[in-house]
Design a protein around this ligand. Structure first.
Ligand SMILES: [Zn+2]
Length: 460
């Protein structure tokens, strides 16, 4: 099967030019002006943008939580991602405390194998680092292609590890050429504030927000950066939301330390005033919570300054019925919001169309940097000869409205109901196959493949 995309405006993290792209099988085999090749299928992309498929390195599909599961599984989640121009996601495996990393990997494979429509990979969340776990790190990196390890400085009593375990894990991961991801908020402070609010009968979603003030994130980001500097391990802070935490990273980078930053689309465009609406605010109960307008400005600036490298989603949808588990107590509301389908279009509309970021920067933070940081570049994350033909054809001028009634995520509300966007995904290719065209998905579940990733040592 061969495919020719004619006359599109090709945008990568560094390029902007009009040319044809010739695809044979799963990869790009030629790029040039007026290519004289014969293809099985041709797509006319004149007047449209042609960009690398989006990569969302922070999603939770089919994740067991509080006796239920996040409502998108590998099929619905990766399909919704494709509708929105995201061709690959990275999910998080959660180790059960007391169990091996291997057993957690097997459990996640049981849910993902044969079910994904789009491509995916895994981060391994280490919730219990001990002498046994230590021996598994090398094998995960070298045999399984799982090169990033997630840690939680919060969720005390469930997922949190202490600083002693953190240092030990960092030393081991560094030794084998991997990377540490972190949920950087101060678990003890948050635990104290949640208890205090509950004991005072302050139980609405607003108190979820007030239990995780900015200082809890700034303190942990700085502590993480210091520990990563001490051990020499590359670090990646997931879902950074605020000025205080970004300033901690700014200081760390002055000593030329590798500490990368991800924010999520919601932190750039939504703010904490949503928690003032009675229980409806539960739609945006996530950790960390939404912040303030001044933090949005800081994050956009951080993207342009190169301090924030990735815009992800932390997609972790729960249906309204599941959110109601916390109707009388904010601490029982499942944390997370749906965005896997909306990220690329929201970031384009709010970022590029409104003049906050350039087209090249858009591709960089929505795709290329994640591919580089997580050891998949240049197979993923760019448009180049030899790269996977993961391509989004995008109309920058088309207007449309987001709604739960038309989205493809398995959740019965939208965090962005009624938002009018400029710029729409038209056609999506995944490894040379047309995945989305004219608002229809043409791929079946099982097409999506697990992507083994490379060591990042010396590459980031
Ligand atoms: Zn997450």
């Amino acid at each position: 099967m061969s495919l020719l995309i004619r006359n599109g405006r090709i945008i990568t993290a560094i390029d902007d030019y009009v040319a044809d792209i010739f695809i044979q099988g799963e990869t790009i085999s030629a790029i040039g002006k007026n290519l004289s090749v014969k293809a099985d299928k041709e797509i006319d992309a004149a007047g449209l943008l042609v960009m690398p498929g989006g990569i969302d390195p922070h999603v939770h599909l089919d994740m067991p939580f509080m006796g239920t599961f996040s409502s998108d599984n590998y099929e619905t989640g990766t399909r919704a991602a494709l509708y929105g121009g995201t061709t690959m996601v990275i999910d998080f495996i959660l180790q059960k405390q007391g169990n091996s990393l291997r057993s957690a990997l097997e459990e996640w494979k049981g849910r993902s194998d044969g079910n994904a429509v789009g491509d995916y990979s895994f981060h391994m969340a280490v919730t219990d680092f001990n002498e046994n776990t230590k021996t598994e790190i090398k094998e995960l990196i070298e045999k399984e292609g799982i090169t990033s390890f997630k840690t939680f400085m919060a969720y005390k009593g469930a997922l949190m590890i202490d600083d002693r375990q953190m240092i030990g894990l960092m030393e081991e991961v560094k030794k084998h050429g991997g990377l540490i991801n972190v949920h950087a908020t101060n678990g003890d402070m948050i635990d104290y504030l949640i208890g205090k609010h509950r004991s005072e009968g302050k139980l609405s979603p607003l108190y979820h927000y007030l239990s995780q003030p900015e200082v809890t994130e700034a303190e942990a980001a700085e502590r993480f950066a210091d520990m990563a500097n001490y051990t020499g391990c590359p670090g990646y802070i997931v879902h950074l939301t605020c000025e205080g935490a970004l300033n901690a990273v700014r200081n760390a980078t002055r000593r030329n330390q590798k500490v990368f930053v991800e924010t999520c689309i919601q932190y750039l465009i939504l703010d904490a005033s949503l928690y003032e609406m009675d229980f409806e605010g539960a739609k945006w109960v996530m950790s960390p919570p939404l912040r303030e307008k001044k933090d949005q400005a800081t994050l956009w600036a951080g993207i342009n300054q190169g301090l924030v490298q990735v815009v992800a989603t932390d997609h972790c949808p729960f249906k309204w019925e599941q959110k109601l588990m916390g109707k009388d107590d904010f601490s029982k509301i499942p944390n997370g919001h749906p965005a896997i389908e909306n990220r690329m279009e929201l970031l384009f509309s709010e970022g590029v169309s409104k003049g906050k970021i350039t087209l090249n920067k858009y591709v960089e933070v929505a795709s290329t940097n994640a591919a580089k940081i997580f050891g998949m570049f240049p197979k993923k994350g760019t448009i180049a000869v030899g790269s996977d033909a993961d391509i989004v054809i995008f109309n920058p001028d088309e207007k449309h409205t987001l709604s739960a009634s038309s989205h493809h995520m398995n959740v019965d509300y939208s965090g962005y109901e009624g938002w009018e966007l400029t710029g729409k995904v038209k056609t999506v290719l995944l490894r040379g196959q047309v995945a989305i065209d004219d608002n229809k998905c043409l791929l079946e579940k099982g097409y999506g493949q697990f992507v083994k990733r490379n060591k990042v040592e010396g590459k980031i």
